[in-house]
Design a protein around this ligand. Structure first.
Ligand code: UN1
Length: 504
């Protein structure tokens, strides 16, 4: 069966109407072979505005539904996702080229966040605070916020939506989602899966609770600029974030920005090298280097450099590259030609700085329009130039270090502070890395790689990437508004000392 026919079968099975993926103006291609697999109708910015208005009406009804009942909808969504896991995972592999376990893994993260959010729907706690006034009570109440805008990137086409949407729904918000132009099919599939959950849930889920906006940049702008969207959670490049952030700030809307990650690891003299090797290989080559948590820089202590590097080089030389649909390869394709060209540009720049490159060449998959690359390991004389930039491709820059304090500074010398790791069995090094003067990233790990963050923790950067946090921990607070309430149950009204009004 052709990939196009299989795609159409999966979408139909998931309940997506054929009209939504054929005959439209937006051509969808699979990076696996480069062929076009669907033509999706795109909407205009005006139509997007209307959908947002409708989502606002939905919000006004949804906020009155008790939170645990809202949680029931998310519980049903989790059930529907479990039932659709194989199909949706396969569709992720088709649309973005993830290998099977990663496609399925992404759907598993969706299921996990649903479970998390269901529990959360009974734990949207505010504090009761000791008041200084006699006969009064002061407390916090968390209220639904409004329409939550979600802008997602190609590399996590379904999970990112769910991390935002599952929280937003239990928090009493409606959701308007603008997926990447490269991944409308998985978004349409999620919309259909959500519709199933709504159908089982019943009539207290208002129409328009979720809108999926398939369209271009102008549609994204309509979402970012719409006055009835108090929060936009956007995942993508730092370039995109630099545009979205100020536009939101201009109208005092909130932003959760999940942007780049030029993530690093440090391998210390006492590291368990077997463990470090496995974590490095997975973190740097997994998802063909197209995760925001991908390991991109590695600092190795001079005392273990010669023990580690030959083994790492061997891992790079032997890793299997190939189609995620027809092979068991560990590394699938890059998303498109532009990604491949950027990778080559970065490798050339590294070479000109004295970098010694292993791998990096194009892998011939037999399809001229598909872009596969052998992951590249680049031994650099020092951290400089292109090493300080994030290239969304499987490139790992390796540098030797001697001094621990100096390497911490090098580690923190980049803008995008998303994820980080240290490999050590020395307690002092490990704890220093996690301390205030250690890693400046939103995620700091010991003896585990940079990628594969669990949904239970708050996910996102803390540094120039906007400090956005989504999914676990107390990230839900961004999806609600806090009111502080003071109740006077006494017969007196204490005003400021010395103040009294004559009232007839
Ligand atoms: C992303 O790349 O946008 O930690 C998110 C991980 C995944 C999330 C990555 N759970 O690798």
């Amino acid at each position: 069966m052709s990939i196009k026919a299989e795609t159409s079968e999966i979408l139909t099975r998931l309940g997506v109407d054929a009209k939504s993926f054929s005959g439209g103006g937006l051509a969808v291609r699979t990076p696996v072979t480069g062929e076009t697999i669907a033509e999706v109708p795109a909407i205009s910015a005006t139509a997007a505005g209307a959908a947002i208005d409708k989502a606002h009406e939905a919000f006004k009804a949804w906020r009155d539904v008790p939170a645990p009942r809202r949680g029931e909808l998310v519980r049903l969504l989790g059930e529907e996702l479990r039932a659709a896991k194989d199909d949706l995972g396969r569709l992720v592999s088709i649309e973005v080229g993830k290998i099977r376990s990663e496609g399925l893994g992404e759907v598993q993260e969706m299921i996990d966040i649903c479970d998390f959010a269901v529990g959360l729907s009974r734990q949207l706690y505010g504090l009761t605070i000791a008041t200084e006034r006699p006969g009064h009570r002061m407390m916090e109440t968390w209220h639904p916020l409004g329409v939550v805008g979600v802008i997602s990137a190609f590399n996590f086409p379904v999970a990112v939506w769910s991390w935002n949407a599952a929280l937003a729904f239990v928090c009493g918000d409606s959701v308007v989602w603008k997926p990447s132009e490269k991944t409308p099919l998985t978004a349409l599939a999620c919309q259909a899966i959500f519709a199933r959950a709504v159908k089982r849930f019943g009539s207290d889920a208002p129409e328009g609770l979720l809108a999926v906006l398939i369209g271009d940049r102008d549609v994204g702008e309509a979402l970012v600029d719409h006055p009835k969207v108090p929060l936009v959670s956007a995942t993508g490049s730092t370039r995109m974030g630099r545009e979205v952030g100020p536009r939101l700030a201009k109208r005092f809307a909130r932003a959760v920005l999940e942007l780049g990650g030029n993530n690093a690891g440090i391998v210390c003299p006492s590291a368990d090298l077997d463990m470090a090797l496995r974590a490095i290989a997975f973190g740097a080559m997994g998802t063909a280097g197209q995760r925001c948590t991908t390991l991109r820089r590695l600092f190795v202590h001079e005392s273990v450099y010669d023990a580690l590097l030959p083994r790492l080089r061997k891992a790079y030389e032997s890793v299997s590259v190939g189609s995620p649909l027809t092979s068991e390869a560990l590394v699938g394709p890059l998303i498109d030609k532009a990604a491949f060209d950027n990778m080559q540009k970065a490798l050339d720049a590294a070479r000109s700085l004295g970098g010694k490159v292993t791998g990096g060449a194009r892998f011939d998959s037999g399809s001229a329009e598909a872009y596969y690359a052998h992951p590249a390991l680049v031994e650099m004389p020092k951290q400089d130039g292109v090493v300080l930039e994030e290239t969304f491709a499987p490139i790992l820059y390796v540098m030797k270090y001697t001094d621990f304090d100096a390497v911490l500074e090098e580690h923190n010398a980049v803008g995008a502070g998303l994820s980080s790791s240290i490999f050590t069995t020395d307690m002092r090094e490990a704890e220093t890395f996690l301390s205030a003067r250690g890693s400046d990233c939103g995620i700091a790990n010991v003896n585990i790689g940079t990628s594969g963050a669990e949904i239970g923790g708050a996910f996102g950067g803390e540094k120039e990437t906007g400090g956005g946090r989504e999914s676990g921990s107390d990230a839900w607070k961004a999806y609600m508004r806090r009111a502080t309430n003071t109740v006077n149950y006494s017969k007196a009204l204490p005003l400021a000392q010395g103040v009294s009004f004559d009232i007839e």
